[in-house]
Design a binder for this molecule. Structure first.
Ligand SMILES: NC(=O)c1ccc[n+]([C@@H]2O[C@H](COP(=O)([O-])OP(=O)(O)OC[C@H]3O[C@@H](n4cnc5c(N)ncnc54)[C@H](OP(=O)(O)O)[C@@H]3O)[C@@H](O)[C@H]2O)c1
Length: 274
């Protein structure tokens, strides 16, 4: 496993996404993923599955300190009091004393950004989160967080796959020495159906999905969190470290970049131009 090393954190470059992994199936998927070798799990208050994620973690028997666990504060929970109360509720559901990374799931005008970031920093000081960060932040919002509010954040988790350019966000993260966690890294099935990625994969005995994940995590300070309910998919997504993409193949994947944004709810910010 490759690890991202940023600000003293060491994060496995491939994690398990768990959106829509709930109930008994979600609990079992987390345990199975940990048995396969995953050591990075992504959840959120909005997914309604923190209880099952925590149970799967305990079922696996893997020591707590070996797994990097991320959760996210839902929109509506960004005022200082709600940050504290709901982060503590998340910890209770997860059955953990501390999460490794606590994110603002979506930027929102419901509370001043500085207030939310300060509340996150206090939770960090108290040991309830090892690191804090943001999700779905544009380059402009990152600048506001870091330059205006002086936030000591670790990462921005955003949609990123071969069909969506994140040039502006990548440049901002590079400037501040932060990591990007790529969500929806398989473009919810678009990657698997792409002829260019499949053809590249055939050269290496890999699938289009494996090629896309390798292309993502070969980029500096980029991790990816594919979701896989199926154990075969979960295993395949870890099996990407025994080949190297040739420069011309990387260039062919770079050329796919466009503006296919699959996660774009009504409360999303005004995105960076592609
Ligand atoms: N921060 C945010 O706002 C935000 C938003 C969206 C998502 N996320 C995070 O990102 C995670 C991943 O995104 P996503 O769930 O939208 O989509 P995704 O990971 O791009 O795609 C998941 C789909 O790909 C399939 N799949 C997985 N591995 C495969 C493989 N090796 N070969 C073929 N198919 C494969 C899965 O099938 P099976 O499940 O049947 O195995 C599932 O249908 C989420 O679970 C969540 O943790 C965060």
């Amino acid at each position: 496993m490759k690890h991202i090393e940023v600000k003293g954190a060491r994060i496995p470059a491939i994690g398990l996404g768990t959106w829509q992994l709930g109930g008994r199936g979600g609990r079992d998927a987390v345990r199975q993923a940990l048995e396969l070798g995953y050591r990075h799990i992504d959840t959120a208050q909005m997914y309604g599955n923190e209880t099952e994620i925590g149970a799967g973690l305990r079922d696996s028997g893997i020591p707590r300190r070996e797994v990097f666990v991320t959760t996210k504060l839902a929109p509506g929970n960004l005022g200082a009091a709600a940050v504290r109360r709901t982060a503590e509720e998340s910890l209770k559901r997860l059955g953990l004393e501390q999460v490794d990374l606590l994110l603002i799931h979506w930027p929102s005008g419901e509370a001043p950004l500085g207030e939310t970031l300060a509340a996150l920093a206090r939770l960090r000081e108290e040991g309830k989160a090892r690191f804090i960060g943001v999700s779905n932040f544009t380059a402009t919002l990152l600048r506001e967080a870091v330059e205006t509010h002086g936030a000591d954040i670790l990462c921005n988790q955003v949609e990123y796959h071969p069909f969506l350019s994140q040039r502006a966000v990548m440049a901002a993260l590079g400037r501040y020495g932060l990591m990007l966690t790529a969500y929806t890294p398989l473009a919810q099935g678009h990657v698997q159906r792409d002829g260019t990625l499949a053809a590249i994969g055939r050269k290496y005995g890999k699938s289009a999905a494996q090629v896309a994940l390798r292309w993502l995590i070969d980029q500096e300070n980029v991790a990816a969190i594919p979701k896989a309910a199926s154990p075969a998919h979960a295993a395949a997504n870890l099996d990407i470290f025994d080949f190297t993409l040739a420069d011309d193949d990387r260039a062919a994947i770079d050329a796919l970049r466009g503006n296919l944004r699959l996660v774009d709810p009504g409360w999303a910010p005004r995105w960076d131009p592609p």
